[in-house]
Design a protein around this ligand. Structure first.
Ligand SMILES: NC(=O)c1ccc[n+]([C@@H]2O[C@H](COP(=O)([O-])OP(=O)(O)OC[C@H]3O[C@@H](n4cnc5c(N)ncnc54)[C@H](O)[C@@H]3O)[C@@H](O)[C@H]2O)c1
Length: 704
């Protein structure tokens, strides 16, 4: 037992007792803690001189809820549970004020809401993030929060899952008082003493709910159906909050428990837990010691101010890091700098950023026309054209001008980072890939490409940098397209095959979005621009196996000069000024022509076949990537597809999804297809796991 729960009189307000829970690292409600809190509360109640109790957390100051480490384990029968403790706090004859510091999220906030009052230090983060784990709050949050804040604010917090700060909490009635002094415990005690004196308010459960207009729930359902498409938990959250307005408190709690139970055992919740734990694994690299030194990165040079370079510069500016942005020509540099200024100004206009902050970030990026201007930067990120010769000449120059110890990174999408590193001579150890995704200032994914000679210190620094930038930084090995683009390209290829066999772009896209993808593949390709992929296919044509099937639909569309939204035509037609994709009869004709030329007889393609082929192919490529050691974990592949390619988080990523289908089923489908189709030979690792009745999660555990 490593926790303590103490009871003391407050020094300045001796009629108020202070219960302090100290259970490092996050003050979770581990086995024994709820019982100890109840015991201290009873001691306080037995003392006639005590008029109220402040409940606070020691150590970090944050209040966690249930202890993740004991989830799924049996709770000893003679130990009071968290919900018993919550009920005791709420029904206590002595009023209890919770002091919330640092963070009160999920169960931590639910404990606070069961107390009669809440006092918080100003920066404290308050939230009910359970929906992000595929569940509604299960500790009474859906019944108590609306009683404190009214319906709309409760819906916003519970359905959205994002935290708010204590100041906002105070504005909406969740927090009763803010404690800004350096002795918040005494401030909370003073606040409670004043309430005792002026007369107590009823416990949360006995308060009524404000703002019960039933249309609020309907509009919340409409918004959830759009923003959280396909997810069960947001709807369960809305149902629960609605129940707080129609049912007595205890019935409402029962309703919440029932909804919680339904969601917690769903595939969606399992998938979201998988994604949550996957994120905690990132940056763990076998052989990379925790105490590996990391290099300080306070100044950065970004080379190339195109689409990626400007976005990457903003990533650093967002983290408060000064950037030197380098181009060859003044005109291109001005375009990049003005793109950055416009983006920040736009954010300020939409009130996402204060205008001072927008100004500050804009001014963190300064332009230059030579890399020597940034030679003393701690890190360089190269984002010039995707051309090996151009990259090599940039890196050989960097090797001679950059100060010793500077990290030399490339943002290449496909090229061989070992070959790029070789052009730096004896500085190859400083070279690493930092593969950002477009738009770089928004997308969370960053592939950290570990080349053959990348030094451990450089790798550790890149991982630390990813965290500092708020990215999901996944360590990958060198291969064409690394993890994300390599998996994605199989999906692109297979969905084009489906067109050739008889599906239409809108059918495929409709099925994919129904599955939960952020966008359909053909709409995405039109948005990104078809010319880039076309150029890449032409450049790598010599690598293709001439015997294997090749679909010319995408190439033919490009030959017409149709590059997607930017030219008004691509896989779809876009009316002047519109981004809405419309089916294009000319594209249908191209598809039919390609099918005839390829000797493919078209047929009706079912929606099930689209799902199976689009995602099974991802799984197979993922298995090959794992086998080759290009990804460290299947869960990293899942995170790449979720954070870089719009795969639904609530399906956990393709490798997790395959586990819910059953790898045996996936392999059987592949074998059947491989009788008539190229590229469907199941990867040996996939076959082995299927035969052993395992999932990729098992593989991750066994290889951790
Ligand atoms: N566009 C994407 O979606 C995307 C995503 C991830 C990675 N990438 C990679 O990022 C890199 C850049 O792609 P982009 O889309 O930004 O291209 P882009 O054409 O928009 O920008 C490249 C910029 O680099 C400049 N440049 C070229 N050589 C230079 C040199 N020697 N010194 C200084 N500037 C130079 C060009 O003038 C141009 O402004 C490529 O390697 C690409 O594969 C692109």
């Amino acid at each position: 037992m490593s926790f303590t729960v103490s009871l003391e009189r407050d020094k300045t307000h001796p009629s108020i007792a202070v219960i302090t829970v100290d259970n490092p690292p996050v003050n979770a409600m581990s086995i024994g803690v709820p019982g100890a809190i109840i015991a201290r509360l009873e001691e306080a109640q037995a003392d006639r001189e005590i008029a109220g109790v402040v409940l606070c957390a020691g150590g970090s100051g944050g209040f966690a809820g249930a202890d993740i480490r004991v989830q799924g384990k049996a709770w000893p029968e003679d130990e009071p549970t968290l919900s018993e403790m919550v009920a005791r706090l709420e029904n206590s004859t002595l009023p209890v004020a919770a002091l919330l510091r640092r963070n009160a999220l999920g169960g931590g906030l639910e404990i606070g809401m069961a107390c009669r009052y809440r006092v918080a230090t100003p920066g404290t983060q308050l939230g009910q993030p359970e929906v992000k784990l595929g569940i509604p709050p299960g500790g009474g949050g859906t019944q108590r929060l609306p009683r404190l804040t009214g319906v709309q604010a409760a819906l916003d917090m519970i359905v959205g899952g994002d935290p708010i700060d204590a100041k906002k909490g105070h504005d909406i009635g969740l927090i009763d008082a803010l404690a800004a002094s350096d002795d918040p415990v005494s401030e909370a005690a003073a606040y409670l003493a004043s309430q005792v004196e002026s007369g107590l308010r009823p416990p949360t459960r006995d308060r009524s709910v404000d703002g019960t207009d039933p249309t609020l729930f309907e509009s919340a359902r409409t918004v959830a159906a759009r923003k959280q498409r396909g997810q069960l938990a947001p709807l369960a959250c809305i149902d629960c909050v609605e129940a707080s307005t129609t049912l007595p408190f205890d019935e409402g709690l029962k309703f919440e428990r029932q909804k919680f139970g339904e969601c917690v055992s769903s595939d969606q919740a399992a998938a979201m837990r998988h994604a949550f734990f996957a994120e905690r694994q990132i940056g763990k690299v076998p052989g990379l010691a925790k105490n590996t030194p990391v290099r300080d990165i306070n100044t950065v040079m970004v080379i190339g101010a195109g689409t990626m370079g400007s976005g990457i510069a903003m990533c650093f500016a967002n983290a408060g890091i000064a950037v030197t942005l380098v181009e060859r020509q003044q005109e291109a540099l001005d375009r990049g700098l003005s793109r950055i200024a416009k983006t920040y100004a736009g954010m300020a206009e939409k009130v996402r950023l204060s205008s001072e902050e927008a100004q500050r970030r804009t001014s963190l990026v300064t332009g230059a026309l030579s890399v020597t201007d940034g030679s003393d930067c701690d890190l360089v990120v190269e984002a010039v054209f995707e051309d090996m010769d151009v990259k090599k000449s940039v890196f050989s120059e960097l090797a001679s001008v950059m100060k010793p110890g500077a990290i030399l990174a490339t943002n290449t999408s496909y090229l061989d980072v070992d070959e790029i590193a070789a052009s730096t001579g004896d500085r190859a150890g400083d070279v690493v890939g930092l593969h950002f995704f477009s738009p770089a200032n928004i997308m969370k994914l960053m592939e950290i490409v570990r080349a053959e000679r990348t030094e451990l210190e450089v790798l550790a620094s890149a991982i630390a940098l990813g965290r500092k930038l708020g990215k999901i930084g996944i360590v990958v090995g060198v291969c064409n397209g690394f993890v994300g683009n390599r998996v994605y390209s199989t999906y692109v290829r297979e969905t084009e095959f489906l067109l050739e066999e008889g599906a239409t772009p809108s059918q495929v896209d409709g099925v994919l979005t129904e599955f939960g993808m952020a966008m359909g593949i053909f709409a995405v390709r039109d948005l990104a621009g078809l010319d880039i992929g076309w150029a890449n296919r032409k450049a790598t044509a010599h690598l293709r196996d001439p015997v294997k099937r090749y679909c010319k639909i995408g190439d033919t569309i490009c030959e017409n000069g149709w590059f997607g939204q930017k030219t008004g035509r691509g896989f779809y037609l876009y009316e002047e000024g519109s981004r809405t994709p419309k089916p294009d009869p000319d594209v249908d004709a191209i598809i039919s022509k390609c099918a005839v030329e390829g000797g493919i007889s078209q047929r009706q393609i079912s929606n099930e076949e689209i799902v199976e082929r689009a995602f099974d192919i991802m799984v197979n490529e993922g298995a090959k990537i794992l086998e080759e050691g290009i990804a460290l974990r299947a869960s990293d592949i899942d995170l790449a597809m979720i954070n870089g390619y719009g795969f639904p988080r609530w399906r956990g990523g393709p490798m997790c999804w395959a586990g819910t289908i059953g790898l045996g089923t996936v392999v059987a489908r592949m074998r059947k297809l491989s009788e008539t189709h190229d590229f469907w030979e199941p990867a040996p690792l996939l076959v082995r796991l299927a035969e052993e009745g395992k999932t990729f999660a098992d593989w991750d555990r066994e290889n951790a």
